[in-house]
Design a protein around this ligand. Structure first.
Ligand SMILES: [Zn+2]
Ligand SMILES: [Zn+2]
Length: 255
């Protein structure tokens, strides 16, 4: 069924943009509009961003969607596809591999993200690649794709890496990118949804949280991971005040 998986730039763009816009909008309406006052005491940083922050985050994210679609189309919609390991028939590798390929992509992406992110914090390149993302010192869900175009190209590189090194089905890529988007919006939500004590639990020690990434935006230093915390723990870049702030945010009570 080649027709089902045929690749069109505008359709890719629409999927990427709507995935970002719908998830960010739902989070924004819930936490920044409808329950803004009721839940304000739970906000990680008590103050709210300005209207100009939301607009800047949204506009850069639109640019990012164009760039992601361009990379996706170049990779899968042109002759470059022959160099990838994209496969269209699930039976070629079976459902077990299909299922495992999604967590595998998350682990590879987390590693790719941690190291490119740390590299982009190097003073020699920071302002060219990563400064735009850090204009949001108090991020909102709209910041999830707010990258300078140069950083957007780096971020899109994960799909190139994945498609070159492992067999991937288009549906698995779609599910992986959906999880990526959900986690990305959660990381910039400004609120913590994991339960009290999670950061100190046996599982939570290894899972990234919104408090963790919020600290990265507030302080710039430390907490470079995306889905997991093992690289930050192994490399000694986890902020020492992380557990304390997590406990603080989850201990607050309504006034
Ligand atoms: Zn950063
Ligand atoms: Zn961020």
């Amino acid at each position: 069924m080649p027709g089902v998986w045929s690749t069109n730039y505008w359709i890719i763009l629409l999927i990427i943009f709507l995935r970002y816009a719908v998830l960010s909008l739902v989070a924004y309406l819930m936490y920044y509009v409808i329950f803004r006052n009721r839940w304000a005491f739970r906000k990680i940083q008590i103050r709210f961003p300005q209207g100009s922050d939301y607009r800047r985050e949204f506009l850069y994210s639109v640019f990012t969607a164009f760039i992601f679609a361009g990379v996706g189309y170049s990779l899968f919609g042109t002759g470059l596809r022959n160099y990838t390991q994209l496969y269209l028939n699930v039976a070629d590798y079976g459902w077990v591999y299909f299922g495992l390929s999604i967590p595998l992509m998350l682990i590879i992406h987390d590693t790719y993200f941690y190291w490119t992110h740390r590299a982009m914090h190097h003073p020699s390149v920071f302002r060219w690649f990563h400064k735009v993302h850090h204009l949001s010192t108090n991020p909102s869900p709209w910041a999830s794709f707010a990258f300078h175009p140069l950083e957007a190209i780096v971020e899109a590189g994960i799909i190139v890496v994945i498609a070159l090194i492992m067999p991937v089905h288009p549906l698995a890529i779609g599910l992986f990118l959906l999880i990526m988007m959900v986690y990305n919006v959660y990381g910039h939500l400004g609120y913590e949804v994991y339960p009290k004590g999670f950061s100190r639990s046996w599982l939570g020690r290894w899972i990234n949280t919104s408090v963790n990434h919020n600290q990265h935006h507030q302080f710039f230093k430390g907490n470079y991971g995306l889905y997991f915390l093992w690289w930050d723990r192994w490399m000694g870049t986890l902020r020492s005040d992380y557990d304390r702030q997590f406990d603080d945010v989850k201990s607050r009570v309504a006034a």
